[in-house]
Design a protein around this ligand. Structure first.
Ligand code: TXD
Length: 310
């Protein structure tokens, strides 16, 4: 049986673990610093097995070495901002957490594919690649799958059509500068540009860009986790089962889309070994300009964390 290790058994990590277990495709081990918590959640999830017809092994641990033998490792470990903590302080703390996790992955699961989730997503994916020393194919960031799922949901809500018929593509860094691509978004093959006027598309593209904040504002404490956890699980399934899904993922660019040495969400083929190929779409001038702007924001972030990496 394949194995997925999930660092951080909080909202997103536990949701991802449970979705993977429900799909019955791999054993799952959750690893967290909080004593007893990953073990408790693992037991609880296991007890949902007989009711949901799955029987994979689910474990919880406080030992980083428990990721040994994992085929894919999801990293959601991180701290939320506390009152009085400034952005740089939080960034430094989270870089050190992700760097510690990446080192443990390098030592215990040297052949695995890392699926990064911790924010700021594209910058943390960079940190994971730098510290693990893995080739870029095996370090992919989860953002585009979630942002596209949000766009898909808003398109379906707007049109009153089945959500499963909608496919959509959102590129760029994870944040307000992400780049939804209406021209490459369809309902069963029909471009949404044929089904909605430009003003409506602009409105739901904006809502997608602010999709995370909309949920934070409603929840009051914490942020979204059902769709984020499921998005990470979807990426793991593509990797474990060599599904070769075409998904937007944050990967290091080396000249693709005219960008180099920067992490950015682009369409990739995801399967065994992680990113098998970067697909180069023909972008319009304005789409390309938006993508470059978004990637340059990530580059600034990469430069900010370099001093923390030693
Ligand atoms: O699209 C995306 N990439 C995102 C990213 C979508 C949603 C959430 N996104 C980010 O994922 C979010 O901004 C956070 O940086 C992470 C995790 O979000 P979550 O909502 O799951 O946060 P929690 O519930 O606080 O969980 C984090 C867990 C928590 O249980 C901590 O105890 C644990 O991380 N933690 C650690 N685990 C292992 N090792 C260390 N050092 C550690 N430190 C904290």
């Amino acid at each position: 049986m394949a194995k997925v290790a999930v660092f951080g058994a909080g909202n997103v990590g536990a949701t991802c673990a449970h979705v993977l277990a429900q799909r019955d495709i791999c054993d799952v081990t959750m690893i967290d610093v909080v004593e007893g918590m990953p073990q408790g959640k693992a037991l609880d999830m296991r007890q949902s097995g007989p009711l949901q017809d799955f029987g994979v092994e689910i474990a919880g641990s406080n030992d980083y070495a428990a990721c040994a033998g994992a085929d894919a490792v999801v990293v959601t470990a991180g701290l939320a901002r506390k009152p009085g903590m400034d952005r740089m302080e939080l960034l430094q703390k989270n870089v050190s957490i992700v760097a510690g996790v990446a080192k443990a992955i390098r030592e215990n699961a040297p052949k695995s594919v890392i699926v990064m989730v911790t924010n700021p997503l594209d910058v943390m994916t960079y940190v994971a690649m730098k510290v693990s020393g893995f080739p870029r194919e095996r370090v992919v960031g989860m953002a585009g799958v979630l942002d596209s799922a949000r766009f898909r949901a808003f398109i379906a809500m707007e049109l009153g059509l089945s959500i499963v018929d909608v496919s959509a593509m959102v590129l760029g860094g994870h944040g307000d500068s992400m780049v939804p691509l209406p021209r490459y978004s369809t309902v069963n093959g029909v471009p949404i540009t044929e089904l909605m006027d430009a003003a409506t598309i602009t409105r739901i593209s904006d809502r997608t860009r602010k999709g995370g904040a909309e949920i934070v504002n409603l929840l009051k404490t914490g942020s979204a986790y059902y769709a984020p956890g499921t998005s990470a699980a979807q990426m793991c399934e593509a990797i474990l089962k060599n599904r070769r899904h075409l998904l937007p993922c944050s990967v290091q660019l080396k000249g693709e889309y005219g960008l180099s040495d920067v992490f950015c969400g682009v369409p990739v083929v995801l399967g065994t070994g992680g990113m098998q190929k970067i697909v180069q779409l023909k972008l319009s001038e304005s789409e390309q300009a938006e993508l470059v702007k978004s990637a340059e924001g990530v580059r600034k972030g990469q430069d900010e964390v370099k001093p923390f990496l030693g």
